[in-house]
Design a protein around this ligand. Structure first.
Ligand code: PLP
Length: 438
């Protein structure tokens, strides 16, 4: 075990495709993290997926723990999703007019989620967040948004903002092209810090429209918050007439059908979903009480629309996927499988005194090169440790295991991961950790 002599996988075809892609797309990709900038080698171009497996252009096969960054909770190419999509596609792909499929997906959600009465479908997580922020501002007639360092909410201008120095800061733009004046409307504080939130509310009394948080922050490692902290946010928002906004683009339908709100039993005012809701097709949604949603056009003054919103083919994938999730025992089985997998990896690392901790919730997990028992804030993540992830990533690819190409990204387990898959993956992870730590 644990040899570095295993040859790196062949990537000739992926590399050639990447060269060509670079002539068409900035960085050769249509979303930055895909460019493999934080790990070794060129990006792998994927040809197909089935169940827990993906195959790249060179014919390499991997057990996939990226799952298209979260949507594929049933694994790749699930027959129920594929069949429903193909059935609906027989009738055309888009009408720009209402279809019964939108009602069907909405009903599945609303009937099984006590946190939402009405919703609006859009085509991505970013679009859901952007629209919901507008709704929060329109409803409260306030402009400021409070966000947390380390939470990602898509690439809407208002949220491409990072903390400056100090306990409570106006954000600094984290992307060129975001006007400073937009960032001035966004307050950024550290996670798990009550004093900072209290100070922000004191300083910007009656100005904060919404506090937006990933209730399970999963874009800067897995920065698990305590229920008590989320409840604190609930209470301080209520006291100040501010909307509590849970961005559940990752956690929604992942840690349970009611997402993190249901998991922690903390009620947000506005929720966004993406990823799983579309079964691998582009769907997002924002939802709230009927009263708050009554402010969205055409019922109310907050404008938002979309040519492909509620697209029938995308709705079909969502309906098929969410229907499977509602089967009795679905989450219990998936979460148990994840726990056994992550426990075994933790035991292996602990027995060898590796500086390594697996954080996990539901079927989400994150490998952290740390000895800390908990990491709740972005600034507690050791940037230097990402070098170890880089090595781990290469070793894993060489052993047929695919992770998202960044140590800040979490892994996902799907219902398609079999016991055998997970045994194989564990062995590959053990060997790879031995290489990284020896
Ligand atoms: N919100 C969260 C919590 C996310 O993780 C993401 C994407 O990863 C988004 C919003 C943006 O979603 P999309 O990439 O579909 O625009």
């Amino acid at each position: 075990v644990g040899t570095t002599t295993k040859p790196d996988i062949s990537r000739e075809k992926s590399a050639a495709l990447y060269e060509k892609a670079k002539t068409y797309f900035p960085g050769g990709v249509n979303s930055p993290v895909r460019a493999f900038k934080s790990v070794y080698g060129t990006p792998l171009f994927i040809e197909k997926g089935d169940g827990s497996a993906i195959w790249d252009a060179d014919g390499n096969q991997f057990i996939d723990f990226c799952g298209s960054w979260g949507p594929l909770i049933l694994g790749h190419n699930h027959p129920k999703v594929r069949e429903k999509v193909m059935e609906v596609m027989q009738n055309g792909t888009s009408f720009g007019a209402p279809t019964a499929l939108e009602n069907e997906l909405a009903e599945l959600i609303v009937k099984n989620n006590k946190f939402i009465q009405k919703l609006r479908f859009v085509s991505s997580g970013t679009e859901a967040v952007m629209s919901a922020i507008r709704l929060a501002r329109g409803y409260t007639k306030r402009d400021k948004i409070l966000k947390f360092e380390g939470c990602y909410h898509g690439h809407t201008d208002a949220l491409l903002v990072k903390a400056g120095s100090g306990l409570v800061t106006f954000g600094e733009t984290s992307s060129a092209g975001v006007p400073k004046s937009f960032a001035d409307e966004t307050i950024v504080v550290a996670l798990n810090d009550k004093a900072a939130v209290e100070e922000a509310f004191a300083e910007f009394k009656d100005q904060i429209a919404a506090v937006i948080i990933e209730p399970i922050p999963a874009n800067n490692g897995l920065l698990l918050q305590e229920k008590e902290y989320l409840q604190f946010l609930r209470d301080i928002c209520t006291k100040n007439g501010t909307l509590l906004f849970f961005d559940e683009v990752i956690s929604g339908f992942r840690v349970g059908f009611e997402g993190a709100a249901g998991y922690y039993q903390v009620k947000p005012d506005i929720i966004t979903y993406g990823k799983i809701i579309g079964g691998g097709l582009p769907v997002g949604c924002y939802g709230s009480s009927a009263e708050i949603m009554g402010n969205v056009s055409p019922d109310g003054p907050v404008y938002q629309g979309g040519t492909l919103s509620g697209n029938p083919v995308a709705m079909a994938a969502g309906i098929a996927q969410l229907t499977e999730l509602l089967r009795s025992g679905f989450y219990k089985d998936l979460n148990k499988k994840t726990e056994e997998f992550t426990d075994a990896i933790q035991r292996f690392a602990t027995a060898r005194n590796y500086t390594f901790k697996v954080f996990t919730i539901g079927s989400i997990f994150w490998f952290a090169f740390t000895n800390k028992e908990s990491i709740r804030r972005a600034d507690e993540v050791d940037a230097a440790s990402m070098d170890k992830f880089k090595k781990l990533h290469r070793e894993l690819l060489n052993r047929g295991v695919y992770f998202g190409p960044s140590g800040y990204e979490v892994g996902f387990i799907s219902s398609a991961h079999t016991k055998i898959d997970l045994e194989k993956a564990k062995r590959a992870i053990f060997e790879s950790l031995e290489v990284v730590f020896n």
